[in-house]
Design a protein around this ligand. Structure first.
Ligand code: NAD
Length: 292
């Protein structure tokens, strides 16, 4: 069997099309475009490239964006002050405020993220938004988790009553996704197992998954023998590996082997990544609408 591909790029474009209409309606009503302000600290090439992708997508949809670049030597205090100033309007209207992660090691990332007002927290990382999600009344859902759920919904992959195994318990991907899939209602009602670096018998847990999500950051962590025939496998991981002739991006799943076992599989690149960006724009529009 060769699995069906979960094409995140195509789905993201379809979502962008409907967001473009929504943004145009907003602009018509309020005589300004929705606006996202991004804080980019340091000069990590991957972060710069993610931010560029977000800006390009914002432009396609009709959302204004501004990137504020800050030197890697910035202190926690200076970043907290900057985020508060942005919220107060120092860089123009800021419906959504996003601090690109990772921050340099010397910075207290929690303090900086907590400075983003929860009603503009389009990444959904503020404790108030995390709390709302955990209570089943989400406002801003972390973009990658929302993207994975959207991918499942779009493909018609049933979650209700099925066993979802998520590998990786980060606050930005694994944990919010576990909450989403376990929540009552459409795209939820799954029985969720959340695995992590201390889980025993990872392969055993994975083999019991109807829906298997890998969000770790380790190339080929999920091999074909860890996948139940007919499962849906969603690969969140992004890893750059060096090979003869250059480097390339791969996920956490051994794609070529797993696609022979699974019924559905998401590729890297072109899977969850583009959906993360589309969900960020959806959150930005929601923030603009809530503020207006
Ligand atoms: P993280 O480092 O914060 O968390 C990794 C998680 O993996 C931890 O919970 C850890 O317990 C678990 N883990 C580590 N080794 C393990 C092992 N051997 N077995 C089982 N679990 C193990 O990472 P993150 O921020 O959640 O990101 C995870 C991956 O997803 C990374 O590759 C990242 O680049 C990628 N990512 C992709 C997108 C996207 O849009 N596609 C968005 C965010 C993150």
């Amino acid at each position: 069997m060769t699995a069906r591909l979960l094409d995140g790029r195509a789905l993201a474009r379809a979502i962008e099309n409907s967001l473009r209409d929504e943004a145009a309606t907003f602009t018509g009503m309020f005589h300004r475009r929705p606006r996202l302000v991004v804080v980019l600290v340091g000069d990590l090439a991957a972060s710069a490239s993610y931010v560029k992708g977000k800006q390009q997508a914002a432009e396609r949809v009709g959302v204004d964006s501004e990137v504020i670049r800050v030197a890697a030597a910035a202190t926690t205090d200076s970043l907290v002050t900057l985020v508060r100033a942005i919220a107060a309007g120092s860089h123009g209207p800021a419906d959504g405020i996003l601090v690109q992660l990772p921050l340099p090691e010397h910075v207290d990332a929690v303090a900086v993220l907590d400075a983003v007002p929860p009603e503009r927290d389009v990444d959904g990382f503020h404790p108030e938004n995390a709390g709302l999600l955990s209570q089943g009344r989400p406002r801003f859902i972390p973009c990658t988790a929302a993207g994975v759920q959207r991918m499942l919904l779009d493909a018609g992959i049933e979650t209700a009553g099925r066993h979802a195994v998520i590998v990786g318990r980060s606050d930005i991907v694994g944990k919010p996704l576990a909450l989403l899939l376990a929540a009552k209602g459409r795209g939820g009602d799954a029985t969720v197992t959340l695995c992590h670096s201390r889980s025993e018998d990872l392969a055993d847990h994975c083999r019991r998954a109807d829906i298997l999500v890998a969000a770790v950051g380790r190339p080929r962590l999920v091999t074909a023998d860890m996948v139940k025939p007919g499962a849906a496998v969603i690969d969140v991981g992004i890893n750059r590996i060096d090979e003869a002739g250059g480097s390339r991006l791969v996920g956490d799943v051994d794609f070529d082997a797993v696609k022979e076992v699974a019924e559905w599989i998401s590729p890297v690149p072109g899977g969850v990544g583009p959906l993360t960006v589309a969900m960020l724009l959806a959150n930005t529009l929601l923030a603009a609408e809530l503020r207006s």
